[in-house]
Ligand binder design. Structure first.
Ligand SMILES: Nc1ncnc2c1ncn2[C@@H]1O[C@H](COP(=O)(O)OP(=O)(O)OP(=O)(O)O)[C@@H](O)[C@H]1O
Ligand SMILES: [Mg+2]
Length: 349
């Protein structure tokens, strides 16, 4: 089977006549990690809820490992694990008891059950709280407990709805390692997140949802490359407009300011106004900003590979002693901001 998940014109209209998901067509390859991005209220959780049989689609259909979510919900439920956005464990039961309940629901043999749970607890570092009631745990501890309960039946497909929110940096890394390990072992992962770095690092494919519509779908690098291409075109258009007009229009100016160009940043040992003004006069330098910490931050066109080299040469030739330097490509965050910039206010209401 090629795709773990397929949706066809999947739509959800809530009772109040609000269309939260609008004719979604999505394919998530088997054994891949898929990242779902989108602003608050975009329809991510609603999509996940339909795919995990928690709510019924209004129209359209979806399959999980070939099983239809409406016709074969039991088969679908057996294949998947879910860490919901709002932890849904029993508050009055302990971490251990919650996991046991889940294991029993999926029919895990009694002689395997507790050792599986204990291994998972150790993996996410929550065994110290095994006998604590979930209602008495901190936010991050609850997330970990929820993770253990969702993994105990070793699901083929794991849905994680903002799983690392509220986790400390060390635990976050442990969870990333765990996600990679699960994926290496053949599990398909669907990850909703607002953490662009997390999605960029982990995911094979990324879908961006905006007001219930899929507005972009590609690999993280593919999304960034197309943004760069689009910007290149916009920049060329804007520059030719500047050359052909005496007065630069406000919209052209705005466009130039908002383009996500490559960034370059220096820290000089001998900060000198001459160096800064030289940089300001270079053709490929769009803007120069001196940050509070003394760094010189540039936005550069950089569509030509020699630009970085030329800027460096210029700084050195003007007597600059470079203490540190980095360059930055347009990020997934830039892609997200552009893809979700056009909001249909009617669709949000
Ligand atoms: N039970 C419900 N009844 C009516 N409207 C709902 C219901 N659940 C969600 N919505 C609406 O559907 C839209 C999509 O919500 P959803 O929870 O899917 O967003 P999301 O992309 O997961 O957002 P977030 O990033 O904030 O978690 C929102 O406008 C929300 O108000
Ligand atoms: Mg959500």
């Amino acid at each position: 089977m090629k795709n773990a998940i397929e949706t066809h014109e999947l739509t959800k209209i809530y009772n109040n006549n609000f269309k939260a998901v609008n004719s979604l067509n999505l394919e998530i390859p088997n054994k891949s990690i898929f990242g779902m991005l989108g602003p608050n209220g975009a329809g991510k959780t609603t999509t996940i809820k339909m795919l995990t049989c928690l709510i019924q689609p209004t129209s359209g259909c979806a399959t999980v490992c070939g099983y239809d979510v409406q016709k074969n919900p039991d088969e679908v439920r057996n294949l998947l694990g879910m860490v919901p956005q709002q932890v849904s464990l029993y508050k009055d039961l302990t971490v251990m008891e919650n996991s046991q309940l889940c294991a029993d629901y999926y029919g895990i043999p009694a002689d395997e059950r507790d050792s599986r749970i204990e291994d998972l607890m150790e993996l996410v570092d929550i065994e110290y709280a095994r006998d604590k009631r979930v209602g008495q745990l901190s936010g991050g501890q609850k997330q970990k407990a929820s993770l253990v309960a969702s993994l105990v039946h070793r699901p083929d497909i794991l849905f994680l709805d903002e799983p690392t929110i509220g986790l400390d940096p060390t635990t976050k890394r442990t969870l990333w390692d765990l996600i990679r390990e699960l994926n290496d072992n053949g599990h398909t992962i669907i990850l909703c997140s607002h953490d662009m770095h997390e999605v960029d690092m982990l995911c094979d494919n990324v879908g961006i949802i905006n007001t219930g519509n899929l507005v972009a779908y590609d690999t993280p690098q593919g999304l960034k490359d197309s943004l760069l291409e689009e910007n290149k075109k916009e920049l060329t258009d804007a520059l030719s407009e500047i050359h052909s007009e005496n007065e630069v229009s406000k919209s052209t100016q705005e466009k130039l300011e908002n383009l996500s160009l490559r960034k370059m940043s220096f820290l000089l040992q001998n900060h000198d106004e001459n160096i800064v003004s030289n940089l300001q006069n270079m053709d490929d330098v769009r803007s120069v900003e001196i940050a509070r910490n003394g760094r010189i931050n540039l936005r550069i066109d950089a569509f030509d590979d020699m630009v970085v080299q030329n800027i460096l040469k210029d700084v050195i030739a003007s007597g600059g002693i470079i203490k540190s330097i980095y360059t930055e490509e347009p990020s997934l965050e830039d892609v997200f901001i552009k893809a979700t910039a056009e909001v249909d206010e009617d669709a949000r209401a």
